[in-house]
Design a protein around this ligand. Structure first.
Ligand SMILES: *Cc1c(COP(=O)(O)O)cnc(C)c1O
Length: 356
């Protein structure tokens, strides 16, 4: 079921930004998608309107009880000038899973995909064409009931905003330095770890800040129950090449099921790699580091695609992985995924959705 979308175009289109200085998420396009919900009317008043500030009641649920979920995906400009999305239905399904977890309303899958595609169509000129640039899309949903009683949300807003973004890697794919976080946890089983909700980020800021102060770029999260198993790296999923096996933590409920993670697993399996989604303990990681069995490690997510890990700090020990150089499998994944995303290679998996 498609939503009936009203389109109101801006009378003051902004000049397009310098493609060399886009950064990440600082510049926004001319329009935004907005749609409202309440139990009495369901989803209604879908509209693409000029980008502007929004007005909310100071008691709106999102400010007090963290009723907020979001998604992140990109629109890519291909060599022939067309625009395409990478597995957008996965983001819409995940959004609905996130919504279910914190009792926000479900979107119609077909309608949400249609809205996303229509929005990108309106903003098509904002999809940059310089190498490795893209238009980052941020769908999000929040509770807007104007009262303070602790309650499940009725009045809800769903929006999509977009930001042209530059290459995540200014100086090539440089390995990062990671610290194991042993105090804070990001999420626990039974909590909201598998949902993409803003509250998870609030819980992760302190560890990220501490790591940064110590000179590391990210933390490696352990599970919140036993503090024993590897979960994610920063806000990315994580993979390890141990011997001839690619290992990534199994989706136990506290890990965000990344679209990039899923794509890496499917791609590697299709190329004959041995891939295991299983529990992977810190103990096992340490042993693999010490024995030299750990060949490569990388984070994966939409923003960076893959991010090689060059150093791993476990307590006072610092292990160097693959000579602090990007590994063969990491590079292979980066090339294969980005070639499909930017339309430089055929898409044998059916992952691409074209924008009109
Ligand atoms: C969004 C996100 C990821 C990566 O998901 P992708 O769909 O690959 O972008 C991983 N971990 C967390 C915590 C996230 O929020």
């Amino acid at each position: 079921m498609k939503y009936d979308i009203r389109i109101e175009r801006t009378k003051n289109p902004a000049p397009k930004p310098d493609p060399d200085n886009l950064g990440f998420g600082k510049i926004f396009t001319d329009h935004m998608f907005v749609m409202d919900y309440d139990n009495a009317h369901g989803w209604h008043d879908a509209r693409i309107v000029p980008f502007d500030n929004i007005t909310l009641h100071p008691a709106a649920t999102v400010f007090h009880y963290g009723a907020e979920i979001f998604e992140g995906l990109k629109a890519y400009r291909t060599p022939d000038g067309s625009v395409q999305l990478f597995r957008p239905i996965e983001n819409i399904r995940r959004m609905n899973n996130s919504a279910e977890r914190i009792c926000l309303p479900q979107l119609d899958e077909e309608g949400a995909l249609d809205a996303l595609l229509k929005f990108v169509e309106v903003e098509k000129d904002w999809v940059p064409s310089a190498p490795n640039t893209s238009l980052y899309l941020r769908p999000f949903m929040f509770g807007a009931d104007p009262f303070l009683g602790v309650h499940t949300v009725d009045k809800t807003t769903y929006m999509i905003i977009a930001s042209p973004v530059g290459s995540y890697y200014k100086e090539g794919l440089n390995p990062v330095t990671i610290m194991i976080e042993t105090e804070d946890v990001r999420a626990v089983r039974g909590g909201t770890g598998y949902a993409k909700c803003g509250g998870n980020y609030g819980a992760s800021f302190r560890a990220g800040k501490k790591a940064e102060e110590k000179g590391y770029s990210q933390v490696l999260w352990l599970d919140g129950v036993e503090r024993k198993y590897i979960e994610e790296v920063g806000a990315m999923n994580v993979m390890f090449m141990v011997g001839d096996e690619v290992v990534t933590p199994a989706l136990t409920g506290s890990i965000l099921p990344g679209v990039t993670r899923k794509s890496c697993v499917e791609l590697l399996k299709s190329r004959g790699y041995k891939v295991s989604e299983r529990l992977f303990s810190l103990e096992e990681l340490k042993e693999a580091c010490a024995s030299g069995e750990l060949k490569e490690a990388w984070g994966c997510g939409t923003a960076a695609v893959v991010s090689p890990i060059g150093h791993l700090a476990i307590g006072d020990e610092i292990y160097t992985i693959n000579n602090n150089e990007i590994g063969k499998v990491t590079q292979e994944l980066y090339d294969a995924l980005t070639d499909i995303q930017w339309g430089r290679a055929a898409d044998p998996f059916g992952w691409i959705t074209k924008v009109n």
